[in-house]
Design a protein around this ligand. Structure first.
Ligand SMILES: [Zn+2]
Ligand SMILES: [Zn+2]
Length: 286
């Protein structure tokens, strides 16, 4: 038996390929995905054939923001059960290293991540996952909402790392999906005003819908003046969520926009790499 999977053959070339049907080994379950979000990392892999040090060297199944239904459980699995609605936690940590054993499995150096080469992802009819990384959904949570929990966790962590708290003014540079999640997280932590700066009219319209107190088009107004005016002098926290440095003095701009004693946090720079070529088409052993 085979199942279908969305396979990235090389940069900008994905195909629906037949793949071996996954089986539930000991400690694992097979899930039929119902909703899978398309992450920025999926887009990087699709467009460039790599993300950071992870390079698509052979045909690779994308996807990791997935909720679905358990269709098979392997030996030794008590939870979840067949028929359960579940969410997959896509970072498969080793649970044996120093970081895992001290509760920081999110930075496990041995972790595999679903959908990041060489670990296959979840854009497939069926996927096998260790039961440990599968969470049952409450009845009121839809598959679509559940699929957004992974990116929302990114926003929560960013707001936490930046020390966002009650009454603080927060500026987000960038209003893509992660910027929106940071906005929601900042709100949950009681921040306000929350100010968004983005060049894209589409992103600005979206962040307006998400309830930003002020949305700035940096081409239309001077963002430094606008932020100073809205915050009475400068923002308490600035979060760079554009994910890109254009080498145009971004960092000095951050600093000019914040107030005395504010924190500066910055997402890690992307590293660019050459994409190696390989054969086109689904792999022969699929
Ligand atoms: Zn993601
Ligand atoms: Zn570990």
């Amino acid at each position: 038996m085979t199942v279908r999977g969305l396979v990235l053959v090389e940069a900008r070339h994905a195909e629906l390929c037949e793949r071996p049907e996954p089986r539930a080994e000991a400690g694992a379950v097979v899930i039929a995905p119902r909703v899978t979000g398309i992450c920025g990392s999926d887009l990087h892999l699709y467009r460039e054939g790599h993300i950071g040090d992870s390079i698509v060297r052979e045909p690779h199944v994308l996807g990791h923001e997935t909720a679905g239904v358990v269709v098979e459980v392997g030996p030794g699995v008590e939870e979840p059960r067949v028929g359960d609605r579940v969410l997959i936690e896509p970072g498969l940590a080793c649970l044996a290293c120093h970081y895992c054993l001290t509760g920081r499995y999110n930075i496990c150096p041995n972790a595999r991540f679903l959908g990041v080469p060489p670990t296959p992802g979840t854009l497939a009819d069926l996927v096998a996952v260790p039961a440990r990384w599968v969470h049952r959904l409450p009845d009121g949570v839809t598959f679509a909402t559940a699929a957004l929990i992974e990116p929302f966790a990114v926003g929560l962590q960013a707001a936490k790392e930046a020390g966002v708290s009650v009454g603080q003014s927060v500026v987000m540079l960038g209003a893509g999906p992660i910027g929106l999640m940071i906005l929601l997280a900042a709100r949950l932590r009681g921040a306000g005003p929350v100010i968004s700066v983005d060049l894209s009219p589409v992103a600005r319209a979206m962040v307006q819908q998400f309830g930003a107190d002020l949305v700035i088009d940096p081409r239309a107004v001077d963002p430094v003046d606008a932020i100073r005016e809205a915050t009475g002098g400068g923002a308490d926290v600035v979060i760079e969520a554009a994910g890109r440095s254009r080498g145009d003095g971004h960092a000095p701009l951050h600093v000019r926009r914040v107030t005395r004693g504010a924190r500066l946090r910055r997402r890690q720079q992307e590293r660019r790499r050459q994409v190696p070529g390989h054969q086109r088409g689904c792999a022969a052993d699929d």
